[in-house]
Design a protein around this ligand. Structure first.
Ligand code: DAT
Ligand code: MG
Length: 151
């Protein structure tokens, strides 16, 4: 079972799309195991986006993610990393598949609403950056066996 970090970034929060993001991930069948609403510190932002340091969009990205509160969550399920990336859509909203969140609600790469871990390895690092182990709730849903082939 994979876990993945999801952020509803400041534009998504300001536009009232937290519920829409949660709704789509729930509908997909993923299981929510952690959530918190927070103002992102400079330190978390810089660690989270360390891979982009030095790129031309880096300072704008840090300003954007720290500009207003975000909703941070961990979602779990088989192939959770790939499934959530697909639900979010491609980084550039004009290249995101119709029906994906970034397609349906976005226009610009610098206002693309959400973050989702891109690999299983990065998801583990990101989950531990954003959440303490005690903030993650291990639980089973009554519907798991109807959604997960091996639950
Ligand atoms: P993703 O968020 O799909 O994982 P990424 O990790 O490549 O994409 O980049 C992180 C964020 O940085 C992305 O959501 C938006 C911003 N970004 C990436 N490439 C950019 C570019 N060429 N111009 C402006 N912003 C960019
Ligand atoms: Mg990324």
């Amino acid at each position: 079972m994979e876990r993945t970090l999801v952020l509803v970034k400041p534009d998504g929060v300001q536009r009232g799309l937290v519920g829409e993001v949660i709704c789509r991930l729930e509908r997909r069948g993923l299981r929510l195991v952690a959530a918190k609403f927070l103002q992102v510190t400079q330190e978390i932002a810089e660690t989270h986006y360390a891979i982009h340091k030095g790129k031309p969009f880096y300072s704008g990205l840090i300003d954007y993610i720290t500009s207003a509160p975000v909703m941070a969550m961990v979602w779990e399920g088989p192939n959770a990393v790939a499934a959530v990336r697909q639900t979010m859509g491609a980084t550039r909203p004009t290249e995101a598949a119709p029906g994906s969140l970034r397609h349906d609600f976005g226009l610009e790469i610098g206002r693309n609403l959400t973050h989702a871990s891109d690999t299983v390895e990065n998801s583990e690092k990101e989950v531990s950056l954003w959440f303490k182990p005690t903030e993650i709730v291990e639980w089973k849903r009554d519907t798991d066996r109807w959604i997960f082939e091996k639950s």
